[in-house]
Design a binder for this molecule. Structure first.
Ligand code: ADP
Ligand code: G3P
Length: 492
């Protein structure tokens, strides 16, 4: 029994073949081009999304020795918007990516008109360009004739999962899952349906929206010519939700944080859709048997990307892992604080116009201090979320543990500083392929190939626990300095 997980991320598409005990048999990955047509704009070519996804799926199956694939799970970069013609399948514009800020003015206008409370109570989200709805409206307004075609039912909208399902099934399925729907600003997370009020507010015709299914459901079967026979697609979740599942955070109060390009922390709040008083998001963690399990989410836009900036922008390092030895050489007497607000600040500040800054520079500041400050910036940002979560959800006290995953968790100094600044243990699992594994489990669970949540949770294995070693006084002093630096970048 074999499951294929397709993980379509912001910078690359990946595919992994799993055995039914969820061990990785083979994987393939392809990066694709990022388009930045104007400042603050980020686009992907829809063809690149599709061709890299199909090629990596075929590549992973081949590397695994062409086993019979029983089920497919899909996980994806969230919020990114695609609109295509239902007849030809042709996208009307490039995909507008979650990082894109082009609709900041529209969000400000809607905020000034006093719509944010209604938006929050229906969708659990905030009025920020990060989410899909304003991007959909932009595309319908700017592409000639698109709005009329959308209203006539000729166009289809989808997040990346939905677009991939459309392509994989040869246009037979126009569906998404509840986790992806919950990121659009158009979905009523408590009623479990698209919201007419939100469609009206954002000027999005309901005719373009897909059907919304559970995260483990029958999403359609692939075209026979793609993989040699029709394969059922049985699991779908946005990548951060799939990581929550992959980390087995099934009980209320459990929290995971994924450190890739950005950092996304999700705290399981069970059947309760908790409304944050600290500007966190309320989102659907996963939905099984028609029952949504909710989460509080903190989204940070720049985490591993700050290390990429040291590498590609400043050219201080050749490889991400060099930050480890460099940061160990940093001068302890210098307290450099780097606020990597390259594309604004996400949770809990939500300031799309803030930009980055480095504080505390002296004549002796060099690459080592920059490397340490970059790694520490990720810990400080997580502490901002940790505080907000603790305030919103009494279940997370001092004793809570954070489960981490994603490429940046390979960094021992970053993980140690994270434990130090949180004042709480940080658990890194043996398996850091949690996102793909979550998608594979959803598909395998639906196909009756994998055990239920509690059984699956027992298989979670700890690689290393990072215990806090910093004194409380030092922790408070360092964190206060960070808070002042954040206030400063927001004031400029
Ligand atoms: N040893 C390391 N030290 C610091 N950062 C790292 C290390 N290894 C990877 N990273 C960072 O992790 C990120 C890659 O993680 P990954 O989970 O593959 O991201 P994504 O899925 O968002 O592309 C990159 O931004 C990279 O800079
Ligand atoms: O593709 P990633 O891993 O950077 O994740 C992106 C998130 O889903 C955006 O919300």
């Amino acid at each position: 029994m074999t499951i294929l997980a397709m993980d379509q991320g912001t910078t690359s598409s990946r595919a992994l073949v799993f055995s039914d005990d969820l061990q990785v048999q083979a994987s393939a990955q392809q990066e694709f081009e990022q388009h930045f047509p104007r400042s603050g704009w980020v686009e992907h070519d829809a063809d690149d999304i599709w061709t890299t996804s199909a090629a990596t799926a075929r590549g992973a199956i081949e590397k695994a020795g062409n086993p019979r694939i029983d089920a497919i799970g899909i996980t994806n970069q969230r919020e990114t918007v695609l609109i295509w013609d239902r007849k030809t399948g042709k996208p009307i514009y490039r995909a507008i990516v979650w990082q894109d800020r082009r609709t900041a003015d529209l969000c400000d206008r809607l905020k000034d008109e006093g719509h944010e409370d209604a938006v929050r109570s229906v969708t659990g989200l905030l009025l920020d360009p990060y989410f899909s709805a304003t991007k959909i409206a932009w595309m319908l307004d700017k592409v000639e004739g698109a709005r009329a075609r959308a209203e006539a039912g000729e166009l289809a909208f989808g997040t990346v999962d939905c677009f991939l399902i459309w392509k994989l099934t040869g246009g037979r399925s126009h569906v998404t899952d509840a986790t992806n729907a919950s990121r659009t600003l158009l979905y009523d997370i408590r009623k479990g349906d698209w919201s007419d009020d939100m469609c009206r507010l954002f000027n999005v015709p309901r005719a373009i929206l897909p059907d919304v299914l559970d995260s483990a459901a029958e999403f359609g079967t692939t075209r026979a010519d793609l993989f040699g026979r029709e394969i059922p697609i049985l699991g779908v979740a946005g990548d951060q939700q799939a990581a929550t599942v992959g980390q087995a955070c099934f009980d209320p109060g459990m929290m995971k944080s994924t450190y890739g390009t950005g950092c996304f922390a999700l705290l399981n709040t069970g059947e309760q859709a908790v409304t944050s008083e600290n500007r966190l998001l309320t989102t659907i963690a996963y939905q099984l048997d028609g029952k949504p399990v909710y989460a509080l989410e903190g989204s940070i836009f720049i985490a591993g990307a700050v290390v990429q900036w040291l590498r590609d922008g400043l050219k201080l390092i050749r490889e991400a892992k060099e930050t480890q030895s460099l940061s160990e050489q940093a001068d302890d007497s210098q307290q450099i604080i780097m606020v990597p607000a390259f594309t604004g600040l996400g949770a809990p500040h939500w300031n799309p116009r803030a930009r980055g800054a480095v504080f505390g520079l002296t004549r002796n500041t060099g690459p080592a201090e920059f490397a340490r400050a970059a790694l520490e910036s990720v810990g400080f940002q997580t502490r901002d979320l940790w505080h907000a979560m603790a305030a919103d959800w009494r279940g997370t006290g001092d004793a809570a543990v954070l489960r981490v995953d994603g490429g940046m968790t390979a960094s021992e100094p970053a993980m140690q500083f994270l434990a130090d600044i949180l004042g709480a243990p940080v658990d890194r699992p043996v398996n850091t392929e949690t996102t793909a594994q979550g998608a594979a489990w959803l598909a395998g669970f639906r196909a009756d190939l994998c055990p239920g949540p509690q059984e699956y949770a027992k298989a979670w294995r700890l690689d290393r626990r990072f215990e806090p070693q910093m004194s409380g006084t030092e922790r408070d002093r360092r964190y206060s300095a960070w808070q002042r630096a954040v206030q400063a970048v927001m004031a400029v």
